[in-house]
Unconditional design. Structure first.
Length: 138
């Protein structure tokens, strides 16, 4: 029984991580034209929770596929952020750099609804199947 509770706590940790990801995307989508955040996404918590909680997560197997989709979208954003940072370090004009920042912000704005929907879907599923809620929403 204790092992089951530990796995549920890890799933709660995953919900908290998803909350942070969505919050970070909202922040990145709302930065000024000549600004950016330094946020890069890590998948340590997502990967670790899947591995360590697989015994109970396997009854919600769709979540694993949905998380893979989420990771793919965040990897794309990481790649685009790295590209942006590289280009900002070069001797482009201020206008070109501003346009690059706007393009990145627009990409984040397009990705945000899908990521938020994934986070909400996982949260609903965990509440229904495991009676787990994100502590930030309580």
């Amino acid at each position: 029984m204790n092992n089951y509770e530990e796995k549920r706590e890890k799933l709660t940790l995953l919900l908290m991580e998803l909350h942070h990801i969505v919050r970070s995307l909202n922040e990145q989508a709302s930065v000024q034209d000549r600004a950016y955040t330094g946020t890069m996404f890590s998948f340590d918590i997502i990967d670790r929770v899947i591995v360590e909680s697989y015994a109970i997560l396997r009854i919600d197997f769709r979540t694993i596929g949905v998380l893979d989709n989420l990771k793919h979208q965040l990897m794309l954003l990481n790649f685009e952020k790295q590209k942006l940072l590289s280009m900002l370090s070069m001797s482009y004009s201020a206008e070109d750099k501003t346009n690059l920042l706007i393009e990145y912000r627009n990409l984040v704005t397009r990705v945000l609804p899908g990521v938020a929907m994934i986070a909400e879907q996982i949260e609903r599923s965990f509440k229904e199947k495991f009676e787990i809620e994100c502590p930030y929403k309580l």
